[in-house]
Design a binder for this molecule. Structure first.
Ligand SMILES: [Ca+2]
Length: 104
């Protein structure tokens, strides 16, 4: 387990490492580059191998719909989705409204 800091090398004598993420300081969403250099028992150093890990928001947002409970016939009224929220590091960017029809 290791908390990685950008540009700071971490050396181990084992071939795996966990990238420990502080919940309060997650890696930003997007493409994050990691690099590995290995050294043999004679001290020879490899070229670097690099790859991209995509940090993604994979949690669905929650829709919360608000509206007046009673509206006079013929009156316009508003719907309110402002209490909707997202988790996983993202934000709500689109609201899709539908009149489903009469409740029976
Ligand atoms: Ca999300």
């Amino acid at each position: 387990m290791a908390e990685f800091i950008i540009g700071t090398d971490i050396s181990t004598d084992v071939p795996t490492i966990e990238v420990t993420i502080n919940k309060d300081k997650p890696l930003p969403i997007g493409r994050q580059r990691f690099r590995l250099v290995v050294v043999d028992d004679s001290g020879n150093v490899s070229k670097a191998d690099e790859l991209i890990v995509i940090i993604a928001d994979q949690d669905a947002p929650t829709a919360v719909l608000g509206a007046p409970s009673v509206v006079a016939t013929g009156a316009s009224f508003g719907l309110d989705g402002s209490k909707s929220f997202d988790v996983g590091g993202g934000k709500v960017v689109k609201y899709v409204w539908t009149y489903v029809g009469p409740e029976r």
